[in-house]
Design a protein around this ligand. Structure first.
Ligand code: UDP
Length: 351
């Protein structure tokens, strides 16, 4: 018998769902984990190989066509859900896999619970397609596990019944503690700047080449600094020759990557999860976006927003190099118990 089917498909989902699945099993909840296949190589060195290792995959590799992929995934997921016949389908975050899982379940009348519910940038096109996916999943879901009080307020202001919205914290904080306990806040940086860029609107907005040039130029002017660039496969092919003080990779295993983050002088990123990790680890964060869906970091003054342009990238890099953003670990995204909180809520749903 299956109590819960978790549906996921990407690196950040594996990292955030891993500790929730582990906590559910600890509570003797019968859990079944289903990967769509949206990410493959990016799952290496994530909880997909530990707490989620006994999952099934539909093998639906994404070719970048959002609508076509989602249609296929919804059709395949409906069959997979019916075969497993759970009491609830759980999705996390704002990916195509999460949307397809929630839509598939709703179409065949299985209730949906949503982890990381209520995060909003309040801009339909940034991040795209994540913002509309989050809003759509909030419509499908019955139970909403909000990471922060800001996310809770977003959901309630959209008319979601507050009796079904719970502030649990974000399981990314539990993931850090569970999988990478040695990645702890440190007093000062080691002279390295970590860089990640992958948002679709940056890739398609015509500014990516200028941003890449700006980062390379800054690194060339700072030979004593080291730059570690985890360039998502979607952007890696656009980065040409780099100076010797930039180390480039397409993906690093989770434990090594967060260890690198914790010791860095700062992080330049457009990632959602990395903004959360940066605040938790106390690493200064320059966010290369026009708007952010993690306003908690801005309000706490541990991150600053820079437009995704040549000038924005330069300003963000300079702020990290000069150390003008405070280095200050905070629990604004929840505690290490966040995954357990979600599992305890799910236990009530399947009781
Ligand atoms: N990450 C990783 N290896 C890397 C780069 C990132 O394990 O080389 C992890 C990172 O620690 C974070 C997550 O991937 O937990 C962020 O994923 P991504 O930026 O792809 O997605 P987003 O958070 O923007 O949805």
């Amino acid at each position: 018998m299956t109590d819960i089917v978790f549906i996921l498909g990407t690196r950040p989902e594996a990292i955030k769902v891993g500790p929730v699945v582990a906590e559910c099993r600890h509570l003797s909840i019968n859990v079944n984990v289903l990967f769509t296949g949206q990410h493959t190589s990016l799952l290496r060195g994530t909880p997909a190989e530990s707490d989620l290792a006994d999952s099934a995959s539909l093998g639906l590799v994404s070719d970048g066509n959002v609508d076509e992929w989602i249609d296929t995934a919804i059709a395949r997921l409906q069959i997979a859900i019916i075969e497993r016949d759970p009491q609830v389908v759980v999705v996390q975050g704002d990916t195509m896999s999460a949307y397809a899982g929630a839509a598939a379940a709703s179409l065949i009348d299985y209730p949906v619970a949503h982890i990381e519910a209520g995060i909003r940038s309040h801009n339909d096109f940034e991040p795209y397609p994540e913002e509309w996916i989050r809003c759509a999943i909030s419509e499908f879901a019955t139970w909403h596990y909000a990471p922060t009080s800001t996310a809770y307020a977003n959901l309630v202001s959209e008319g979601i019944d507050k009796n079904f919205v719970y502030v649990t914290g974000n399981p990314i904080v539990s993931a850090l503690a569970r999988y990478a306990p040695s990645a702890r806040p440190v007093g000062g940086g080691n002279g390295t700047i970590v860089i990640t860029l992958h948002r679709r609107e940056l890739r398609e907005g015509g500014q990516l080449e200028a941003v890449i040039e700006s980062i390379i130029d800054t690194a060339a002017e700072q030979p004593k600094k080291l730059f570690f660039w985890s360039a998502h496969p979607a952007t890696r092919s656009l980065i040409g020759d780099v100076p010797g003080n930039i180390t480039l990779t397409e993906h690093m295993d989770y434990v090594s990557f967060v260890g690198m983050e914790a010791r860095a002088d700062g992080i330049l990123t457009d990632s959602g999860g990395i903004q959360e990790e940066a605040a938790t680890l106390g690493v200064p964060c320059a966010v290369l976006r026009n708007v952010t869906d993690r306003p908690e970091s801005l309000a706490a003054n541990v991150a600053r927003l820079y437009p995704p342009t040549r000038e924005g990238a330069n300003d963000g890099m300079q702020a990290l190099i000069r150390g003008t953003i405070p280095r200050h670990p905070l629990n604004i995204y929840g505690s290490v118990e966040s995954a357990r909180e979600i599992a305890l809520q799910l236990q009530k749903v399947v009781a």
